[in-house]
Design a protein around this ligand. Structure first.
Ligand SMILES: *Cc1c(COP(=O)(O)O)cnc(C)c1O
Length: 465
């Protein structure tokens, strides 16, 4: 049997992919008949496919390749660690240098008294840890009834049974018997879609106060924690009104509810600070991290926990852990990634250079007929597509139809944007240069022009009644 290489004809690779590879979040039948695009290599912000096309990746893979593609330093860190100690666990009275060093580094970087790290292989696993940790914490404090975790509709916290239950994605809850018990969802702070006649500030307060209403209804003695992404990512880059997070913080403090900030996307420079919690003035008890922690070069995530929560957990034997918790190779790669981010002043680059340049051009996208709002914080941004800006109207077609048309045109123009319903989002590598930014907007503007024409031609420029 011959090895499967990059040099096979594209059609042959696609045929094998369709025959044996089940893609996540896909209908594999139609995808297989069309053929998935085969990505063969990447450098900087550009992917190369098996036909030699150069694709500008404005999504950093899945929001994770913060440091950009093709960094030899990370490959070398992985190789060094694999040769020295490829694997060992930390379950039974042992530890190793990469886990020690990375936990220490994260304790330094994380705000406030978040000084303790429980490792996982990604964000879903880390959020499963959080579910068990906050319930175990309250039990240890003599309050075993504090079990309910409050989250938001249209939140994304991962795809395992626990983390997808925390998430508020209706399509995910519809498959496989979710959510698990004792998870409660309130409404999201999505002003564009749901704000009605309120100002964004009024709406932010109203949506935050749903947390207080839920606590009073469920009973303070039953609620363990609130979890939220500082900015909802997979939900469509929903940037909450300024009033939202301070009110959420006030309510968590008042009722003694643990606050979990899911920083899987917002962490590691994405919002122009090390963590989204700093950007929004959130003081979490636990932060979920993954993705940008290793810039996606190795699978690793974790929960960064406050002194107080860690002190309570320290007296419990926590019957929880993953084979790959603190995996030495992944930890070594993450450490090297963080070292480079510091050495290259990546967070300053986002805040002072890249984000202001992108922001100026991003806001101008509203000059396109179909673009309603254009919002951005740091290097995560979204636009809302609409048939009528003044009334913030939705399209008459099923949500995602027009978004899908736009996304496909972007893909054909070799720029990767993602559509979430009828929003388009970007989260490019943080290393984006001014030249990359110019090229990105050439491709985005061309795609939006073509998409507007296509949507009209298909008769889709109709508002829902
Ligand atoms: C991607 C994501 C997760 C899940 O992380 P995985 O590594 O895919 O398990 C959790 N939370 C947020 C906010 C995410 O964006």
């Amino acid at each position: 049997m011959s090895a499967i290489t990059n040099h096979m004809p594209t059609e042959e690779l696609q045929r094998l992919d369709a025959a044996h590879h089940m893609h996540p979040f896909s209908a594999n039948g139609p995808l297989g008949r069309k053929g998935a695009r085969v990505i063969t290599r990447a450098k900087g912000v550009y992917l190369t496919d098996s036909e030699g096309e150069q694709i500008l990746d404005a999504m950093s893979g899945l929001w994770c390749v913060n440091i950009g593609y093709g960094r030899d330093e990370l490959a070398e860190a992985a190789a060094r660690q694999m040769k020295e100690l490829p694997y060992y666990n930390t379950f039974f009275q042992t530890t190793h240098v990469p886990a020690i060093a990375l936990a220490d580094k994260l304790a330094q970087l994380a705000p406030g008294d978040l000084n303790h790290v429980f490792f996982a292989a990604g964000g879903s696993e880390a959020n499963d840890t959080n579910i068990r940790m906050v319930r175990t914490y309250w039990e240890a404090k003599g309050k075993p009834d504090k079990k309910v975790i409050i989250s938001r509709k249209n939140a994304y916290h991962g795809s395992s049974m626990g983390s997808a239950s925390l998430g508020g994605m209706a399509a995910m809850h519809a498959q496989g018997g979710l959510p698990i018990p004792d998870v409660h969802h309130i409404n999201q702070p999505n002003w564009w879609a749901e704000g009605g006649d309120m100002t964004p500030e009024e709406f932010g307060l109203a949506r935050a106060r749903e947390l207080e209403e839920a606590i009073l209804e469920l009973g303070e003695d039953r609620v363990a924690a609130f979890i939220g992404e500082p900015i909802q990512g997979a939900g469509g880059v929903i940037i909450p009104p300024e009033t939202y997070w301070p009110e959420i913080q006030r309510i968590c403090d008042k009722y003694e509810i643990l606050l979990i900030a899911d920083e899987v996307i917002c962490g590691f420079g994405r919002t122009g600070n090390w963590f989204g919690s700093e950007t929004f003035g959130i003081r979490p008890d636990i932060m979920t991290v993954a993705k940008g922690l290793s810039s996606g070069y190795a699978p690793i995530g974790g929960s960064i926990v406050s002194d107080e929560v860690a002190a309570v957990m320290a007296e419990v034997e926590f019957s929880h852990g993953y084979t790959y918790s603190g995996h030495p190779v992944a930890a070594a790669v993450a450490l090297e990634n963080l070292r480079l981010m510091e050495e290259e002043h990546m967070v300053d680059h986002v805040r002072d250079t890249a984000a202001p340049l992108v922001k100026e051009k991003w806001k101008k996208l509203t000059e396109h007929e179909m673009v309603g709002e254009a919002v951005i914080t740091g290097l995560m941004a979204s636009i809302a597509l609409t048939p009528d800006k003044a009334s913030r109207a939705k399209f008459a077609t099923a949500p995602g139809t027009v978004g899908g048309v736009c996304r496909d045109i972007c893909f054909a123009n070799n720029v990767i944007m993602r559509h979430v319903g009828d929003r388009l989002v970007i989260a490019p590598p943080l290393t984006l240069t001014p030249a990359d930014i110019d090229e990105m907007f050439v491709r985005i503007n061309r795609s939006l022009e073509q998409a507007t024409a296509a949507v009209k031609e298909k008769g889709l420029m109709q508002a829902a009644s």
